[in-house]
Design a protein around this ligand. Structure first.
Ligand code: DOR
Ligand code: ZN
Length: 344
């Protein structure tokens, strides 16, 4: 059995920098035509000039035969200069702005605490149609980590959207039925990305039988009912939902320790995982919508003309980890055999 689809895009990706960038970029560029590149470097990518310089480093790290376009984002801070954002948008340097609530996740310390301080930026973005990618979790220590997405929708996201009509929002890496419902019923100005790993793991995978640091990511995986809601949304064909892998490499030494980093590295085997999930759900004919059509439609970009072919056969072997100049990075293990490979 085989399936040919338009080349996919990854609408949420961490490429990092330096040695890590050089190691992980080919893993994405092999299959994906474009990716929305997250700006949470240390220090973060805050200005148009920084985004431009980061894009140049990514292009320099691409394998010679690669056909891949990084779509850059700016990291929204309380000091973001709206004129700089607009200039970067006009120059085609950026495709979106990323909102991290301060302290929500990896390298989010420069994010937003007081949403009133970014209101003028959001107003301009609503005017120009520049999408806001949102990490949707509250950081209030009183709120249980498993409830942080649902509470964010109610306390932060919905009020922002009501106060800023026309603001185009991508709720990134949704992990709950609440997220699915909010986005599905939210009209044309909101969409959501769904990761590969959140379609596969629930919180038991992280905690049962010993703690599994390579399944720990943020937002943390929730209970099974939520995973099922995500699968239903992804495989439905609904244009509000598209792939953003949130592939987030960390060195194994940074994950396998007393306070391990959040992130699953899925760039290498994402398409094999997705084909398995969609096939299982009887939805292979809707895989292309999720990976290759719904994202460009929301971002108002053309779909890719090139195609890839997925082929079903004997189980595909992926390496357990990939090497970087600074040490290994463990690849996401879906916990089941993968039968679909992507033709070279
Ligand atoms: O698991 C995650 N890893 N979630 C995020 O929001 C950030 C990411 C990272 O940069 O490592
Ligand atoms: Zn991310």
């Amino acid at each position: 059995m085989q399936l040919t689809i338009r080349r996919p895009d990854d609408w949420h990706l961490h490429l990092r920098d330096g040695a890590m960038l050089r190691a992980v970029l080919p893993e994405t560029a092999r299959h994906f035509a474009r990716a929305i590149v997250m700006p949470n470097l240390v220090p973060p990518v805050v200005t148009g000039a920084e985004a431009s310089a980061y894009r140049a480093r990514i292009l320099a790290a691409l394998p010679v035969d690669a056909d891949f376009k990084p779509l850059m984002t700016l990291y929204l801070t309380e000091d973001t200069d709206v004129a700089d954002v607009l200039a970067a948008q006009a120059a085609g340097v950026i495709t979106a702005v990323k909102l991290y609530p301060a302290g929500a996740t990896t390298n989010s310390a420069s994010g937003v605490s007081d949403f009133n301080k970014v209101r003028h930026v959001l107003d301009k973005m609503a005017e120009t149609g520049l999408p806001l990618c949102v990490h949707g979790e509250v950081t209030d220590p009183e709120i249980d980590i498993f409830d942080r997405e649902a509470v964010f929708i109610e306390r932060v996201l919905d009020p922002i959207r009501r106060a800023t009509p026309g603001l185009r929002v991508v709720m990134e890496h949704i992990t709950t039925r609440d997220g699915v419902d909010y986005v599905r019923d939210g009209g044309a100005d909101i969409a959501a990305t769904i990761t590969t790993h959140h379609l596969i793991i629930n919180r038991n995978h992280i905690l049962v039988g010993g703690i599994k640091p390579h399944y720990y990511c943020l937002p943390v995986a929730k209970r099974e009912a939520h995973r099922l809601a995500l699968v239903q949304a992804a495989t439905s064909g609904d244009a509000s939902f598209f792939l953003g892998t949130d592939s987030a490499p960390h060195l194994d030494v940074a994950k396998e320790q007393a306070c391990g980093c959040a992130g699953c590295f899925t760039a290498t085997n994402t398409l094999s995982c997705l084909a398995e999930i969609f096939e299982c759900d009887g939805a292979l004919d809707r895989l292309e919508a999720f990976t290759s059509r719904n994202g460009p439609a929301f971002y108002r970009l053309p779909v890719n003309e090139a195609t890839i072919t997925l082929r079903k056969g004997v189980p595909v072997d992926y390496p357990a980890r990939i090497a970087t100049a600074e040490g290994p990075v463990t690849l996401f293990d879906p916990g089941f055999a993968l039968h679909w490979s992507v033709d070279a």
